[in-house]
Write a protein that binds this ligand. Structure first.
Ligand SMILES: Nc1ncnc2c1ncn2[C@@H]1O[C@H](COP(=O)(O)OP(=O)(O)OP(=O)(O)O)[C@@H](O)[C@H]1O
Ligand SMILES: [Mg+2]
Length: 302
């Protein structure tokens, strides 16, 4: 059974997509089979990994992306997965093992236009199709928008673990708090749809600080986040083992440039300075996610 993981915070722009794309690439580089599901109408992960030209065709066509599972339901999940999505400009596969469920701008219609069947909300509809293919993967990662509307509910319902990317500021803390409130409501509303074999209901497992500038001390915001996490743990609103990751992702220009280049950072020939590279941060996050796997082993695989 794969690990099914959702990256979400109610605060936008904290680095959810950057973290998920680069961590997914780190996992794929060490031989894991990874499926990344883009659930954000902005399509940032899809545009990044497919590159704009290829994604544009999908966006104009309106088929081959996640909304075509729903309205009208013209395709199945297994039809729209893009295998080994990371390619160079000539279309040659440059990273094996990272597949994508792409999204396009029409996903926004899931929120209003889509009527659907109240007995089978989109999150259940998607989950049933996911079950058919999930065993092809070691990891299924969901890139969520900063809300818990219908598209986002798909990721939360299908996952067992939530990780919260955060910046060291008050707004990220508020975003985390709001997320937990909304999550509790959704858990209650969706409980009756849970099926046998789904594994434990999703819970908050960790917080990852992102875009940390080298000269900035984040001890105070980190302590505030830890206190809030402890409160949630004591109220059983977060998993008892939930933690702030030891690894924090540094602020690095190459993370922004990676989007334009259409590659995860570990495939960009940036001048490497060993331990100083942001690439090693993403590999460390992947290793912390893996738990049992050592950071050294992961780095060797890159
Ligand atoms: N470690 C980093 N160093 C430098 N820039 C970063 C870093 N992480 C993210 N960014 C930049 O911050 C911006 C927001 O990042 P990203 O799109 O990953 O956030 P998000 O949480 O997914 O946003 P949204 O809520 O809109 O989905 C992007 O321009 C991205 O390139
Ligand atoms: Mg995003």
């Amino acid at each position: 059974m794969p690990r099914k993981i959702c990256f979400i915070n109610y605060k936008g722009g904290v680095g959810k997509t950057s973290l998920i794309v680069n961590t997914a690439a780190a996992l794929a580089q060490q031989g894991k089979r990874v499926l990344l599901v883009d659930l954000d109408t902005q399509s940032n992960a899809s545009i990044w990994l497919m590159r704009l030209d290829r994604w544009n065709k999908l966006n104009v066509d309106g088929r081959g992306s996640i909304y075509s599972l729903f309205d009208p339901a013209v395709e199945r999940l297994s039809d729209i997965i893009i295998e080994d999505v990371v390619r160079d400009k000539s279309g040659r596969v440059v990273l094996r093992g990272l597949d994508l469920v792409p999204t396009t701008f029409n996903l926004v219609d899931l929120e209003n236009e889509h009527k659907g069947d109240p007995a089978k909300p989109p999150f259940l509809f998607f989950y049933e199709q996911l079950r058919e293919i999930e065993n092809n993967y070691d990891y299924i990662l969901f890139d969520n928008p900063p809300n818990l509307l219908r598209a986002s509910q798909i990721g939360v319902f299908s996952s067992n673990e939530i990780y919260v990317p955060a910046n060291p500021d008050a707004l990220s803390l508020i975003g985390f708090t709001l997320l937990v409130e909304k999550l509790m409501l959704f858990q209650k509303r969706s409980a009756s749809f849970r099926q046998a074999g789904m594994g434990p209901a999703v819970s908050i497992r960790g917080i990852v600080f992102n875009a940390i500038k080298s000269n900035v001390d984040i001890e105070v915001p980190k302590m505030r986040m830890q206190l809030r996490l402890n409160q949630f743990k004591s109220k059983r609103r977060a998993h008892p083992d939930a933690k702030i990751f030891k690894t924090q992702i540094r602020d690095a220009t190459v993370v922004r440039r990676a989007v334009t280049l259409g590659l995860p950072v570990c495939l960009i020939g940036q001048p490497k300075s060993g331990e100083d590279s942001v690439v090693s941060d993403y590999f460390s996050v992947a290793a912390e996610l893996e738990g049992s796997c050592s950071v050294g082993k992961l780095k060797q695989a890159c």
